[in-house]
Ligand binder design. Structure first.
Ligand SMILES: *Cc1c(COP(=O)(O)O)cnc(C)c1O
Length: 450
């Protein structure tokens, strides 16, 4: 068996991550350090017990690789944190939408938070019960609403007055009375990247207090919907519990106002957004939040709902890529050109996100320099990492860590590149859960005139 590396405090490609691991105060708040699932033994790098080189040889690169053990650990950790309060987890499917991953969370007892009809189809294909699914999103189409009504989902999270009108109309047509929740925009700063901040009044999500009161009234007057909850989702990758607590307190205050009108609510849904460590940054203080939430919720007779995505998946996955060329310019810039690109992992280009880069099985001839790790795509935004002091060689493998959330689910075919394969490691065995796309797959959709 490979031996576990003692944290990260040892290699040249280790930056601030070392510091956090060394800090005992943060220790019990650690969920899954990016490289913790990596092990090294006799020059081989293992991920959850399987050599990465072996997967690269069998499946090729670029390939997303996930650890079932790590998904489970994160799920159990959340369950444990909230065990003192009536609560339910709804995995946010958009973070990682592979049917096998949905199925894994289904087996753990998770519900699902979806944002499209496509995601509902995936939940059903995974063998999960649509009755444990809630439907969020600002633009639900008639066909998506119809699909969800027929499937009998748990709850629609309503984001606007015209959406409520549409759901009432479709429910009337089908003779249904679905449960609904109204998404509040609490105007709270999640203190995160602006592109993943969703609870400020300039954001398109949810409704303000005055509009919410009107929506509650229309819902109450309708025979075709049942108002049972209110929800919010203020942003992603939060490092502090404070904005979420403020948001929960605001939900409770709104709930009291609704209940004064004679409507009894069953749940408050705080959304997702729990942050994870990408480079040892301050990690979301889960227990602190859970304890505070417990105090707020207990005695209300309502269920606390959460919709985590990133927390459950980010550090359970990596993107394995092979280096095509090392390119050294005279002006001192050093580029390592990988076979993975922004179409595979867009987070660095989109949010300037930082992913730890781990050279897999570095060779004797490896060159240590400050490298920009870039892809083959014709865009200057096509990078995976910048200015990393790494020891690498042409043809070598790199693991891009913390790529389990918003990686494959955001992949595209830009530059007519085939999307990556996906592998799931479970009980020491690696299994292909999505084959590599082919050019035939891409061309199959295009209509060529005879
Ligand atoms: C994306 C999303 C989530 C999940 O966010 P994470 O930051 O991945 O936890 C939860 N709820 C809603 C409504 C979302 O849009």
């Amino acid at each position: 068996m490979p031996s576990k590396r003692p944290g990260l405090g040892c290699r040249s490609n280790c930056y601030k991550a070392c510091k956090v691991i060394e800090e005992p105060a943060n220790r019990n708040e650690l969920s899954e350090e990016p490289s913790r699932t990596l092990e090294e033994s006799e020059g081989e790098t293992f991920f959850d017990g399987v050599p990465l080189e072996k997967i690269a040889n069998e499946v090729g690169t670029p390939t997303y690789i996930y650890s079932a053990k790590s998904f489970k650990k994160q799920f159990r950790e959340l369950e444990k944190a909230f065990k003192g309060v009536d609560s339910k987890i709804f995995y946010s499917v958009k973070a990682n939408s592979n049917v096998n991953i949905i199925s894994l969370f289904n087996q753990l007892g998770s519900g699902f938070d979806i944002v499209s009809g496509g995601e509902l189809h995936r939940v059903i294909a995974a063998g999960a019960d649509p009755k444990a699914t809630i439907f969020s999103g600002v633009g639900k189409s008639v066909s998506e609403i119809d699909l969800a009504l027929k499937a009998g989902i748990d709850c629609f999270n309503i984001e606007s007055a015209p959406e409520l009108d549409r759901i009432i109309e479709r429910s009337r047509v089908f003779g249904k009375k679905p449960d609904i929740s109204v998404r509040i925009n609490p105007d709270i700063d999640a203190l995160t990247h602006p592109y993943i901040s969703t609870g400020l009044k300039e954001n398109k999500f949810g409704v303000d207090r005055a509009s919410a009161l009107k929506l509650f009234k229309s819902a109450q007057d309708s025979k075709y919907v049942e108002l049972v909850g209110i929800d919010a989702h203020i942003g992603s990758q939060m490092g502090s519990e404070k904005p979420l607590i403020d948001s929960l307190l605001r939900l409770l205050q709104y709930a009291k106002e609704i209940e004064a009108q004679g409507i009894q609510l069953k749940h408050l849904n705080i959304g997702g957004g729990f942050g994870v460590p990408y480079k040892g940054e301050k990690i979301f203080p889960l227990r602190k939040f859970a304890t505070a939430a417990e105090k707020i919720m207990n005695g209300t007779g309502k269920q606390l709902r959460i919709e985590p995505g990133r927390y459950l998946t980010a550090n359970a996955g990596l993107l394995l890529t092979r280096l095509e060329y090392l390119k050294k310019d005279n002006n001192g810039k050093h580029f390592a050109i990988a076979d993975a690109a922004m179409n595979d992992l867009i987070r660095p280009a989109l949010y300037n996100a930082w992913h730890q880069i781990w050279p897999v099985n570095p060779q004797a001839e490896s060159v240590t320099e400050d490298w920009d790790i870039v892809g083959p795509i014709c865009e200057s935004a096509d990078f995976l990492a910048k200015n990393r002091n790494l020891s690498i060689s042409e043809g070598g493998l790199l693991a891009v860590l913390s790529a389990g959330a918003y990686g494959m689910s955001l992949a595209s075919n830009y530059n007519s590149r085939n999307r990556a394969a996906e592998v799931l490691i479970e009980n020491g065995t690696a299994r292909l859960i999505r084959r590599r796309e082919t050019i035939e797959d891409q061309l199959a959709l295009e209509i060529i005139q005879e």
